[in-house]
Structures are given as structure tokens and as C-alpha cells.
Design a protein around this ligand. Structure first.
Ligand SMILES: Nc1ncnc2c1ncn2[C@@H]1O[C@H](COP(=O)(O)OP(=O)(O)OP(=O)(O)O)[C@@H](O)[C@H]1O
Ligand SMILES: [Mg+2]
Length: 255
């Protein structure tokens, strides 16, 4: 196998990276892909909560790198979603900081051999782990909300990773509210692309199902028919190389 490695990044925090990673990973599994989700947020991991797996993840990617266990042991199968495995971050920031970019690159190379997609949920900002993971990835997705502070962060981090040699860097605009765009109270999609200076991979609407599912420990993609779920399905198909219109079937208005 020669899997595709995608680093999911942002300049500012709380833009929706973790929600994006879990949504798109489950959508890819639903169309037959074998997906490894890596939580790279040392000390603040959260994918396990969003995916209802908090009590299952014993080993982290640092344990795999340090040979405390195998990749297969550490990358735990999701209890419901077929073909999805999750590899969590070390709970200590110090352990995360002790890992080199070369070690991260070697880990991702091993992961490529076993999975068709490897999706990395990075912490916000420009820290060394982010640069290590993004530097060894095949492409990056920058997640931003449609406001100028978040978009400036998107532009800066996009610039940083393209400067590091990554060519395929795209924007996902999250928490888009059509009503606010209509009234001129939110940045519209074209203006957001201009501000971030990135091409668009997808648009995800504001959707209260994301918040509800996160709080109930439910997998969004299995419990919602809302706009975000449809947007994640579309983005997964685009990542597979299908031609899907940006907003195909996406309901942009929250309930
Ligand atoms: N499209 C959306 N509609 C409504 N709420 C959303 C949406 N996307 C994310 N959220 C909510 O925003 C919050 C932050 O989302 P998330 O944890 O995915 O962001 P993050 O970028 O991973 O944050 P961090 O930088 O801290 O890792 C969560 O409470 C989540 O439920
Ligand atoms: Mg996160």
C-alpha cells in the first residue's frame, strides 16, 4: 500500500481540526478506504473523546517510535467504524517534544504501508510537532473559520508549510453561516480564499449536530444527516480524486 498522508493544521486554535479529521476519516472508511487517524496534539488530545474511544487508547505514537509497542498494538480499531484505527498522542508535552522530525517521518512511512489514508490531527500553531508532521506529509489541509483573525492564521501557516516544501495545501472553511453571509455580517467564501491565499478543498456549515455528538460521545457521521456530515462526505470524495461540486447537497443553514 502507498497511503496518502494528510496533515490537518491551523494558525489559530479551535477552528474545527479535530471535528474535520474525525468526520472525513469516517467518511473515507464508508467508501472502503483503510484510515489511520493520528492525534498529534500532545498533552491535549481530543480525537479519542470525539470518537468515543477515551478508555481504549493505551499506547501513543511516541511508544511506537520508542519501540515500546508495535504500530498494530498502538493503533486501536474503532469499536464501530470498520477500517478505522486511531493512534493517540503522548499525554505529556515533554515526551512529544523529545521526538525528532526524522522519527516522525519514519513513523509516517510505516503507516503509509498499511493504510490508504493517514490523517493527522495537529495542534494549532507553528510548533515543532506540527512542522515535523506537516513536513513529512503529502499534503496539508488548513482549517479556518470565516473570520479575519482565523484567516490570517490560515494564511501564515499555509505560507509556512509551503515554504517548507509542501505543494498541496488547501483550505477548509468551517462553521460557515449562510444567513450571516447573506446579510453581509460574515466573510464570504471568495473573500476568505483571498485572505487565506489558499485554494478551497471544502466548506463545512455551522451545524449543532457537531456539538451535540461531541458531547454525547457519538460519531457524527453515524448519527447525523445534517450539513456538516454531507460536507465531510463531499470532502472525502474530493480527497479520493472524484469531481464533486463544493456544496453538493450541503445544507448551509443550521436547524
Ligand atoms: N461546523 C461546526 N459547527 C458547529 N460547531 C463546530 C463546528 N466545527 C467545530 N465545532 C465546535 O467547535 C469546537 C472546536 O472544534 P474542534 O475541537 O474540532 O477544533 P480544533 O481546531 O481541533 O481545536 P484545537 O485547536 O483546540 O485542537 C468544538 O466544540 C466543536 O464541537
Ligand atoms: Mg483539536
Amino acid at each position: 500500500m502507498d497511503g496518502q498522508v494528510i496533515a490537518v493544521i491551523s494558525g489559530k486554535g479551535g477552528t474545527g481540526k479535530t471535528s474535520f479529521c474525525s468526520g472525513v476519516a469516517v467518511a473515507l472508511c464508508a467508501v472502503g478506504e483503510k484510515v489511520l487517524l493520528i492525534d498529534a496534539d500532545c498533552g491535549l488530545r481530543s480525537l479519542d473523546i470525539v470518537l468515543g474511544m477515551s478508555d481504549r487508547l493505551l499506547f501513543s505514537y511516541a511508544d511506537v517510535i520508542k519501540d515500546n509497542c508495535s504500530l498494530k498494538e498502538a493503533a486501536v480499531k474503532h469499536p464501530i467504524v470498520r477500517n478505522l484505527r486511531v493512534l493517540t498522542a503522548p499525554s505529556s508535552i515533554d515526551i512529544g517534544a523529545s521526538i525528532t522530525a526524522e522519527e516522525i517521518s519514519a513513523l509516517l512511512q510505516r503507516a503509509r504501508e498499511h493504510f490508504t489514508f493517514v490523517i493527522i490531527d495537529c495542534p494549532a500553531g507553528f510548533g515543532p510537532e506540527v512542522m515535523g508532521f506537516a513536513g513529512a506529509a503529502d499534503r496539508a489541509v488548513v482549517v479556518s473559520t470565516p473570520d479575519y483573525t482565523s484567516l490570517r492564521g490560515a494564511q501564515r501557516i499555509g505560507e509556512q508549510v509551503t515554504g517548507g516544501g509542501l505543494e498541496k495545501v488547501k483550505l477548509v472553511l468551517n462553521r460557515v453561516r449562510a444567513g450571516m453571509i447573506d446579510t453581509g455580517n460574515s466573510v464570504n467564501i471568495d473573500a476568505a480564499m483571498d485572505a487565506a491565499n489558499l485554494a478551497l478543498l471544502g466548506v463545512v456549515p455551522e451545524d449543532s449536530d457537531i456539538i451535540a455528538c461531541g458531547n454525547l460521545g457519538r460519531v457524527l457521521m453515524l448519527h447525523s444527516q445534517g450539513g456538516a456530515r454531507q460536507a465531510f462526505d463531499n470532502i472525502a470524495r474530493r480527497l479520493k480524486g472524484e469531481r464533486v461540486r463544493l456544496l453538493e447537497n450541503v445544507r448551509l443553514r443550521d436547524k
